[in-house]
Design a protein around this ligand. Structure first.
Ligand code: SF4
Length: 368
């Protein structure tokens, strides 16, 4: 496996909309960070043999990995002998939040080998940040970006939410203008989704407003030199997220840490670790595997997966995938509705348009 993901489950506080496995400090104040470090070290030891001699990508996600000091990360990963597996071309991303950016730590991560930062900004208005349960202020965002660039990072991505209740196009303009004052090379813009029991879910904008906002982001980003290369992702030329592209191309990856997923593409085998820090540590302390579920993909799942992955990218799918009369009819209809188009660089491929990206969930079900 040439791609490695490591999940750091700690956060300063749990955001109201978050469905990743992560624990705010109120839940982790009694947990021992050294216990997690030792467990991760043990899991790294158990799985080192699955990794290729040279890694293409490495991703520290979570959670908030920037809350874990660089020396603790280095100790936990020692069994992987990363110094032998990394080269100048390895993309090593770390997620960070504006409130946990310290110049000294950022320099430490760089010395460790991290060369790409993905910063969770999400919103740029104080009332939105509060409603979302974010711990950082609006002012912390430019300060944090300044620190990241001062530490020497050149490949920096930002996460922003769209479809926040009350958000207008002028809020989006203000956010984009602030963010692009910095030489960011990538932006991920996700539509806010909330479970029904969340009181904010009743105030989410209607589908038409969501669509308008997503198209607005597309227009703004593409007119500022970014390619819209995946449903929610925009990149400057040469700066597409290689780690995520590896997922979207259906290649293998190894995930370590609580709740982390792994995939073996050769055997179409997927597995997942337990989503509990305590159980994860306990199992590894007994030298057992923290994997809780293993699944072999059948032909139907593989077909759906193939369509889901191809449709999310701007490279699209080859027209020969439209095997049945029904599929060809449906594709023709989607083309008339402006949701799919012939690939501008390859007449034998079709892909989603910007409008199609915004409505991708329905389209995948139609064509698969
Ligand atoms: S900082 Fe990120 S991972 Fe942590 S709770 Fe908020 S959204 Fe979830």
């Amino acid at each position: 496996m040439k791609s490695l993901y490591i999940h750091f489950p700690f956060c300063e506080s749990k955001c109201h909309y978050c469905d990743f496995y992560s624990l705010g400090q109120e839940k982790t104040k009694h947990s021992d960070p050294d216990r997690f470090e030792l467990a991760l070290q043990k899991e790294a030891e158990q799985n080192a043999h699955l990794l290729a001699d040279s890694l293409d990508t490495l991703f520290f996600g979570g959670g908030t990995p920037s809350m874990t000091p660089p020396d603790s990360m280095a100790r936990a990963l020692r069994p992987l002998q990363l110094e032998k597996r990394l080269s100048a071309s390895t993309e090593w991303t770390m997620e960070a939040n504006p409130s946990s950016i310290l110049l000294e730590n950022m320099q430490g991560y760089r010395a460790l080998g991290v060369n790409r930062v993905s910063m969770g900004v999400q919103a740029m208005r104080a009332d939105f940040l509060e409603a979302l349960g974010r711990v950082h202020s609006r002012e912390a965002v430019p300060r944090a970006l300044e620190t990241v660039f001062r530490a020497g990072f050149e490949n920096v991505s930002v996460d922003l939410l769209c479809g926040v209740p009350g958000q207008t196009e002028s809020d989006l303009t203000e956010a984009m203008e602030c963010l692009t004052q910095f030489p960011i090379s990538h932006l991920s813009c996700y539509l806010l989704t909330l479970p029904k029991q969340n009181p904010m879910s009743r105030s989410l904008p209607d589908e038409e407003t969501q669509l308008q906002h997503l198209l607005w982001v597309h227009d703004w980003m593409t007119s500022h030199g970014f390619d819209h290369y995946e449903i929610s992702n925009f990149a400057k030329p040469g700066k597409r997220a290689r780690h995520n592209l590896n997922y979207w191309h259906g290649n293998s990856y190894l995930g370590l840490g609580p709740s982390a997923h792994s995939f073996d593409s050769q055997n179409s085998l997927r597995w997942k670790n337990v989503s509990s820090l305590h159980r994860y540590c306990s199992l590894l302390e007994k030298n057992e595997s923290p994997t809780e579920a293993k699944e072999a993909l059948g032909p139907q799942e593989k077909n759906l997966e193939k369509w889901m992955l191809a449709l999310r990218l701007d490279s699209g799918f080859p027209t020969q995938w439209l095997e049945s009369h029904l599929q060809r009819n449906r594709a023709g209809l989607l083309e008339k509705q402006g949701l799919i188009e012939t690939h501008p660089a390859d007449p034998m491929r079709k892909r989603l348009t910007a409008r199609g990206f915004a409505l991708s969930d329905q389209i995948i079900q139609t064509l698969a």
